[in-house]
Ligand binder design. Structure first.
Ligand SMILES: NC(=O)c1ccc[n+]([C@@H]2O[C@H](COP(=O)([O-])OP(=O)(O)OC[C@H]3O[C@@H](n4cnc5c(N)ncnc54)[C@H](O)[C@@H]3O)[C@@H](O)[C@H]2O)c1
Ligand SMILES: [Zn+2]
Length: 401
């Protein structure tokens, strides 16, 4: 039984269209002069690497760009990136991109400070102290990694996503410039956007902080639901209800891009303090086994997990329905709560997220192993508002098949 909750964020969060022009001064002010920029070939081709390199150059900061990032990065890629970084000898690491590159940058910052292999730090609270100064600049509106304490890699040998969670992984500076997402491809906009919705909904419907099975004062990966997280999640859900479809359909729609950039960061603050839960637990083995992005996997699973959680979170779901723009006037709480699931299914359909596991090439025989692997991620079982058995997880997967 816990009686107090904690809130953490990036050391400084800069938000605004055009704000990436401030990168040079933000770093100079901290006496940082050699930056290792983690990026990838698509961002280079899109001109985004140049957009962040220019203000660095203008402030006399030396930058080396590592363009070897990849979607859902493998553990070996992080090791390779850290080797390249060591040869350059940076005094800070800048993650530019979606969650994939930002997470890679986080692990590079860990390896620069503490050495060894990434696997040494997997799980919660295994990073022994501060990491190399970390700056994150998102180019998707999705993961919230720019403010979060998480870094996710893919363990290609064991077919599962692996998280490193530590308060030391919160960036020193996060610069969220919605203009960097203006040309984000349609599919990436959709997938990362529904990931943000999943973060907000899992945080908003998580177990209450005072019900978390952890001693008072002990550090935990996630705190459970508490009022500040609820505020952030509510605002994120309503922004996503307003802007996700427009951002996907009307690429250059500025209001849509700005709204989603804010929503993703707020959802990142909410989930990385309160919780993600069963949706993310099920996505880890799914994403490790078949080729699907983290966001699309979550988006597919989200309504099925909501249905499982509905009996214990009716009031929260009723509120989510309203936040997503459903007309719930005159409905009783249970009917309004149902509308939340309908709203998520509607949005999922509008932005083209797959709706069935079999459509991803999953075989029914794989489901028991997914359930077993997800059930083993205890921190994500413990944050769910309803404590699932492995059999319950299999039930959810069968429904989603
Ligand atoms: N650390 C966290 O807190 C956290 C939270 C959720 C998810 N994740 C992880 O983040 C990853 C997913 O990140 P994501 O959804 O942001 O996508 P991503 O980083 O995997 O990017 C997908 C593709 O889109 C391209 N891209 C990104 N922005 C672009 C832009 N503006 N213009 C053109 N191309 C662009 C990238 O180059 C990449 O090829 C997964 O590995 C997931 O597990 C991390
Ligand atoms: Zn996520």
């Amino acid at each position: 039984m816990r009686t107090a909750w904690n809130f953490h964020s990036a050391g400084q969060l800069v938000f605004g269209r055009g704000s990436c022009a401030q990168l040079g001064t933000l770093l100079s002010r901290r006496k940082l002069a050699r930056v290792f920029v983690v990026a990838d070939p698509r961002l280079q081709a899109a001109g985004l690497v140049e957009q962040v390199s220019r203000p660095l150059r203008e402030s006399g900061i030396a930058a080396q760009v590592f363009a070897g990032g990849e979607p859902e990065p493998a553990v070996a890629t992080a090791t390779r990136a850290a080797d390249v970084a060591r040869q350059f000898g940076p005094d800070c690491v800048l993650g530019l991109g979606g969650g994939s590159n930002m997470d890679l940058a986080k692990i590079v910052a860990v390896l620069l400070a503490h050495g060894g292999e990434p696997a040494r730090y997997f799980g919660f609270d295994n990073v022994p102290g501060p990491v190399a100064p970390l700056v994150c600049v998102p180019t998707t509106a999705g993961t919230g990694s720019e403010v979060s304490h998480a870094a996710v890699l893919t363990d290609t040998a064991n077919h599962i996503k692996v998280s490193t969670l530590s308060q030391h992984l919160r960036p020193l500076v996060a610069v969220v410039d919605p203009a960097l997402t203006d040309n984000c491809p349609r599919q990436v906009t959709a997938d990362s956007g529904i990931d943000a919705l999943t973060h907000a909904i899992e945080a908003y419907t998580a177990i209450d902080f005072d019900q978390l099975a952890a001693p008072d004062g002990a550090p935990v990966a996630y705190e459970g639901r508490y009022p500040l997280g609820e505020c952030l999640a509510e605002k994120a859900i309503s922004l996503i209800g307003q802007h996700l479809v427009a951002a996907v359909e009307g690429g250059g729609n500025r209001a849509g891009r700005d709204g989603m950039a804010l929503a993703a960061t707020l959802a990142g603050l909410a989930f990385s303090n309160c919780a993600v839960a069963v949706v993310h637990a099920l996505e880890y083995p799914l994403g490790g086994a078949v080729h699907v992005s983290h966001g699309a996997g979550n988006g597919l699973l989200l309504p099925f997990v909501m249905r499982y959680n509905l009996p214990v979170r009716q009031a929260a779901f009723a509120r989510i329905a309203a936040l997503l723009g459903e007309n719930v006037a005159g409905l009783d709480e249970s009917a309004a709560a149902e509308r939340a699931i309908a709203a998520v299914e509607r949005i999922r359909g509008q932005i083209g997220i797959p709706t069935r596991l079999r459509d991803l090439g999953v075989k029914r025989e794989q489901l028991p192993l997914f359930a077993e692997k997800a059930f083993a991620i205890k921190r994500l079982m413990g944050t769910n508002p309803r404590q699932p058995s492995e059999r319950d997880l299999l039930g959810i997967l069968n429904a989603a098949f």
